[in-house]
Write a protein that binds this ligand. Structure first.
Ligand SMILES: *[C@@H]1O[C@H](CO)[C@@H](O)[C@H](O)[C@H]1NC(C)=O
Ligand SMILES: *[C@@H]1O[C@H](CO)[C@@H](O)[C@H](O)[C@H]1NC(C)=O
Ligand SMILES: *[C@@H]1O[C@H](CO)[C@@H](O)[C@H](O)[C@H]1NC(C)=O
Ligand SMILES: *[C@@H]1O[C@H](CO)[C@@H](O)[C@H](O)[C@H]1NC(C)=O
Ligand SMILES: *[C@@H]1O[C@H](CO)[C@@H](O)[C@H](O)[C@H]1NC(C)=O
Length: 468
């Protein structure tokens, strides 16, 4: 699909610049659109009722000139009876309303040689069909753009409820003739009014944020890097997917590699998260200097116990584990590997003396996991299994008298990691780690797996609004 999007950009001649690889991809299937249909329908119903339809005035020859002015046109009740939401290849999406009805209130001001009248009128429209297509693209800085691409209106039936003098005209000159005039006028006005109203939606869509603050440390930039691609089966949306430290925004050194989401339409939504995006998460937390852990004396017991002679004289040993490089992710089928480089500093604090570092253990390690995401009770559950591929340790200390103990220390730290840390994390992952889900959206039947260079999540969605 990456190829498709670049191809489209090329042939449309809009830009000959290179196609940018996204960090994350979303693919929405027709099943996903069917899910959005109900919301789109409710939205259109309420928006049509809010339309401001311009005054209509004109002349007709009905046994002499009849001048009319129709003002305060208000759609009172609009109901969509039959409709569908589909993709329009190369354009965007389209709402086809095959049947709908409305009540329209308006004031009529009519002048004819036989009468002169002014009155409130009710029109009952039925068998009204509309085809409304929206173009969806992006601007140069990646914000979404929406515009009304085409609108066709075909209102077939109207009942006119007139009173007083106007009723006389209706009787005298034929109901059908007046209906024809009204239908022609309304059909020409509805799309004009919709075009005007849709400018407000365009402003709203364009102002949608393209960044989101994840926590106090990092934010994600998900601006569009290519214009969304529409075929008759799916929409393919390429977003930047770069995480940054909020207070230390640094562009990742490597650009994303291309990847392709497999062609499928069983789920509503397909999400691809690239190796690049995962690495930018790691880099962002590292740039924020958020990748560290503190151990208390008690937690260090496992290690410290075996350090007689090294730390026996340290009444208050504390440990600090910090990353010395951003962790590096590599994704392969069913295998997510993280290369970690860190340092454990054993720091001591003796009475009335400033804390000072006793020993530093530098660690490089590679850990692989096969992870997947499931959903239960509106929470996302990450499960999997963890394997330690390799671990290398190096112990350093200013105090050379302790050098004889280094080999022992290395062994004990390694032992701690292999026998305690990794099995503990593996056990945690096997039991499942819950992560907060997206607000108001519930993932239904998510299926996920790691692929070559990206993580893929296929899912259906449901609304998950808080109970009132
Ligand atoms: C339509 O007519 C009404 C009544 O004459 C008037 O108040 C209103 O300003 C007119 N609207 C437009 C858009 O001309
Ligand atoms: C794209 O839209 C955003 C949001 O309105 C705006 O801030 C930005 O300046 C626009 N970019 C360009 C190149 O017009
Ligand atoms: C910002 O990130 C860079 C790159 O990781 C790092 O060298 C630098 O120390 C960080 N600056 C701050 C203020 O944390
Ligand atoms: C996962 O991949 C890493 C290298 O990327 C490799 O060292 C490791 O053996 C693989 N693990 C499995 C279970 O295939
Ligand atoms: C997460 O998945 C694991 C493994 O399937 C399961 O044992 C655990 O109960 C799940 N956790 C939640 C909160 O559903």
């Amino acid at each position: 699909m990456w190829k498709v999007s670049c191809f489209v950009l090329f042939v449309s001649g809009l830009t000959l610049s290179h196609c940018v690889n996204p960090g994350m991809k979303l693919m929405i299937s027709q099943k996903g659109l069917d899910f959005a249909h109900e919301v789109a329908k409710n939205f259109l119903e309420s928006q049509v009722q809010a339309l401001s339809i311009p005054n209509i005035s004109g002349k007709e020859d009905i046994q002499g000139e009849l001048k009319y002015e129709i003002t305060n046109i208000k759609v009172e009740d609009y109901k969509i009876i039959d409709s569908s939401l589909t993709f329009v290849p190369d354009v965007g999406i389209q709402m086809a309303i095959k049947n709908s009805k409305a009540t329209i209130l308006s004031n009529w001001n009519v002048e004819h040689w036989t009468i002169k009248a002014k009155e409130k009128t009710t029109l009952e429209l039925s068998e009204a069909s509309f085809i409304i297509a929206f173009k969806i693209s992006k601007n140069d800085t990646g914000s979404p753009l929406l515009s009304l691409n085409s609108c066709q209106s075909d209102i077939k039936k109207v009942e006119i409820k007139l009173n007083g003098p106007l009723k006389l005209i209706q009787k005298k000159y034929g109901d059908e003739k007046i209906k024809d005039v009204i239908l022609k006028l309304l059909n020409s006005q509805i799309c004009t009014a919709l075009a005007e109203e849709s400018k407000k939606w365009a402003v709203y869509v364009n102002a949608l944020p393209v960044q989101h603050k994840i926590d106090d440390h990092v934010q994600i930039d998900y601006r569009l890097v290519n214009s969304p691609v529409f075929t008759n089966k799916y929409a393919d949306v390429d977003v930047k997917g770069t995480f940054y430290a909020i207070n230390n925004r640094t562009e990742p050194a490597l650009a994303p590699a291309p990847f392709t989401l497999p062609d499928s339409s069983d789920s509503m939504l397909y999400v691809g998260i690239s190796e690049y995006t995962l690495n930018s998460v790691a880099q962002a937390y590292f740039d924020d200097q958020a990748l560290h852990l503190a151990f208390t004396h008690k937690q260090l017991d496992h290690i410290v116990k075996e350090l007689d002679g090294v730390t026996a004289n340290l009444p208050e040993a504390r440990g600090r584990l910090r990353a010395t490089k951003a962790p590096v992710f590599t994704l392969k089928p069913k295998n997510m590997t993280v290369e970690l480089a860190g340092q454990i500093e054993l720091v001591t604090k003796e009475n009335k003396k400033p804390a000072h570092s006793e020993i530093t253990v530098s660690i490089t390690s590679s850990i692989s996991a096969d992870v997947s995401i499931s959903e239960s009770n509106s929470r996302l559950n990450v499960t999997g299994s963890l394997t330690l591929n390799s671990i290398t340790l190096h112990v350093m200390s200013e105090d050379k008298t302790k050098a004889s103990k280094f080999a022992e220390l290395e062994k004990s730290v390694k032992n701690f990691i292999e026998k305690h840390l990794v099995p503990t994390l593996d056990g945690k992952l096997k039991r499942g780690v819950t992560i907060p889900s997206v607000p108001f959206i519930k993932l239904v039947n998510p299926i996920s797996h790691t692929n070559e260079k990206f993580f893929q999540l296929n899912t259906d969605i449901a609304y998950n609004f808080p109970r009132m």
